[in-house]
Design a protein around this ligand. Structure first.
Ligand SMILES: Nc1ncnc2c1ncn2[C@@H]1O[C@H](COP(=O)(O)OP(=O)(O)OP(=O)(O)O)[C@@H](O)[C@H]1O
Ligand SMILES: *[C@@H]1O[C@H](CO)[C@@H](O)[C@H](O)[C@H]1NC(C)=O
Ligand SMILES: *[C@@H]1O[C@H](CO)[C@@H](O)[C@H](O)[C@H]1NC(C)=O
Ligand SMILES: [Mg+2]
Length: 367
């Protein structure tokens, strides 16, 4: 009997020891594995949809599309300035790759967007971003400074916009990879200023001889400079509209919660798609509620837009505001007008104003 107890004890001890060893190994290997895992997880949960490349008529022919006046920067320089794409220089993680902060040899600080070669859409995204962003010059559009192609690697060099994305300023209180940032809540006037900037940038895009539809207007694609001037980023889904048509007929693309209802009926993208997304962004910025997460109202799950319509219908606009916004001196009339503009933008597509009109309405607000 004693022998039996001994055997059991020995077995238990061995098991415990082995578990301990495995736990130790797991702990030591954790940091890299875990990060990779989280990235994959995030990517998996990302709600952005992109068109199926098989239906695309555009072939990949780089040399023909790259603007020769644009700076081509060598992969060597990029490797050196990002410490071999070191994880501690990552400032963002999008559905098509990682974004790094880097200092080029000439001393300029830039953002480097390295497209994930696994992301099958990457090439098309890269091309779209190069083609559209490369030729634009506007204070509310992020500048592209150069690019790099090396084997399967595709890298975009963008102007670095110091304060990061609007998304972080509205929702984020935790941290990004290198800056544990508790950001102070934005005052109301700053929120209006940012939206005025976004609207101005969009009005510029829509007003070009061959208009550009951005198709992915959302808080994470609006970057903020030290003066909280907005810079629209991420032109991966943007498309030009030829003068012969008024829409692009590629498949539905965009981000859940920001996509207009006409997409459900299979409608093609027009500039009014951006107007809708902008209206959703206005609701998001004022309320700090995420458009792609349902809210519970009267025991039912509703989307931000439905919730907003119900609340406005009950004249509860002041209750809708982000509880972090300082409300002193905030005029109720102004809040009402703000939500009226947001509602106009999110109307059925025939009723939506043009972006240039929205700029006018926002200028009259709090001026
Ligand atoms: N030029 C830049 N300057 C400063 N930060 C940037 C710049 N470009 C991107 N970022 C940061 O990197 C993040 C990721 O950008 P990216 O556009 O790749 O992905 P996303 O907008 O988060 O997601 P999605 O791919 O669905 O659009 C941004 O939200 C922003 O915080
Ligand atoms: C980058 O990696 C290469 C080899 O892969 C190495 O020789 C070089 O020293 C590394 N550079 C930095 C800055 O870490
Ligand atoms: C450094 O190079 C980048 C990219 O070519 C360019 O946009 C920037 O103006 C340069 N900066 C300086 C200080 O020359
Ligand atoms: Mg983005």
């Amino acid at each position: 009997m004693a022998q039996f107890v001994q055997a059991v004890l020995a077995a238990a001890a061995t098991f415990f020891l082995i578990t301990l060893i495995f736990a130790f190994i797991a702990l030591v290997c954790k940091p890299t594995k875990n990060q990779d895992y989280q990235r994959r997880q995030r990517r998996h949960h990302q709600t952005r949809t992109v068109p199926n490349p098989e239906h695309s008529s555009i072939t990949i022919d780089e040399s023909a599309t790259f603007d020769p006046s644009m700076n081509r920067i060598s992969m060597e320089e990029l490797k050196m300035s990002t410490k071999n794409f070191s994880t501690d220089l990552i400032i963002g993680d999008g559905s098509f790759g990682l974004v790094y902060k880097a200092k080029l040899f000439n001393g300029s600080t830039v953002a480097i967007k390295k497209l994930d070669p696994d992301a099958f859409q990457g090439f098309r995204e890269f091309r779209a971003e190069m083609e559209t962003l490369g030729k634009l010059r506007h204070q509310n559009i992020v500048k592209i400074l150069g690019y790099c192609v090396s084997g399967l690697e595709r890298v975009l060099i963008l102007e670095f916009v110091e304060r990061g994305s609007l998304d972080q300023w509205i929702h984020d209180t935790s941290s990004t990879n290198n800056e544990p940032s508790v950001k102070s809540p934005l005052p109301w006037e700053t929120r209006v200023k940012i939206l005025r900037g976004v609207a101005t940038g969009l009005a510029y895009l829509h007003g070009l001889d061959t208009p550009i539809i951005h198709r992915d207007i959302k808080a994470s694609n609006v970057l903020l400079d030290p003066e909280f001037e907005a810079h629209i980023a991420d032109f991966g889904l943007a498309r030009r509209i030829d003068s012969s048509q008024s829409h692009v007929s590629t498949q539905v693309a965009g981000t859940m919660g920001y996509m207009p209802p006409e997409y459900k009926e299979g409608a093609a993208a027009t500039v009014r798609v951006d107007v809708y997304s902008f209206g959703i962004l206005m609701f998001e910025v004022a309320t700090a509620e995420r458009p792609n997460l349902p809210k519970v109202m009267e025991g039912k799950e509703v989307w931000l837009i439905e919730w907003a319509r119900k609340m406005l219908g009950q004249n509860r606009h002041m209750e809708m505001l982000d509880s972090n916004t300082p409300k002193e001196g905030l005029s109720e009339d102004e809040v009402k007008e703000y939500f009226r503009i947001a509602s106009l933008c999110t109307e059925e597509f025939r009723g939506r104003p043009a972006m240039s009109e929205v700029v006018g309405l926002l200028k009259k607000l709090s001026s």
